[in-house]
Design a binder for this molecule. Structure first.
Ligand code: FEO
Length: 168
């Protein structure tokens, strides 16, 4: 049985994950407008991953015999100016999500709720990867610049990304 406090925080994380999906969808829309379809694909896949994360929390709460609460959220930003700005914001966002997951883990440990500790460990590991991916892409975008051959090469590379939940 989850305590009211832990249940509340796990429920909030459903919203954070769905918000992340929305945020990345807004980034995909920017890149589509800019005809950078590979970058758009990267963020479309990222949005799918975030929905997958949200559903993991939803299912975990259900499996604990408690009710998942679905709430709304604010509009995501949409007036993006560049690829560099987007990867800077995406990295910042993943760092925020990591801190939320860390806080959840700290609470689960404080309450000695072992099923939650086990469940959250997947997210702790996932966040290391999420931050590393955004960091690496930010560096690459900074290296190649916003115009020219480099950005098109990177666009082609990012068009290959696909969503594979089994490999998560
Ligand atoms: Fe759900 Fe990108 O972390």
């Amino acid at each position: 049985m989850l305590s009211e406090k832990l249940l509340g925080k796990l429920n909030e994380q459903i919203t954070h994950e769905f918000y992340s999906a929305h945020y990345y969808l807004a980034m995909a829309a920017y890149f589509t407008k800019e005809d950078l379809d590979g970058f758009a694909n990267f963020f479309l896949v990222q949005a799918e991953e975030e929905r997958f994360h949200a559903m993991k929390f939803f299912n975990f709460i259900n499996d604990q015999g408690q009710e998942a609460i679905i709430t709304g959220f604010k509009d995501p930003k949409r007036d993006f100016k560049s690829a560099e700005e987007i990867f800077t914001l995406a990295l910042e966002h993943e760092k925020l999500v990591s801190s939320l997951i860390n806080d959840l883990m700290a609470l689960a440990q404080e309450e000695k709720h072992y099923p939650s500790i086990s469940f959250l460990q997947w997210f702790i590991d996932e966040q290391v990867e999420e931050e590393a991916n955004m960091n690496k892409l930010l560096s690459k975008v900074q290296r190649v610049g916003e115009k020219g051959h480099g950005i098109l090469m990177l666009d082609r590379e990012l068009s290959e990304r696909s969503f594979t939940p089994d490999a998560e």
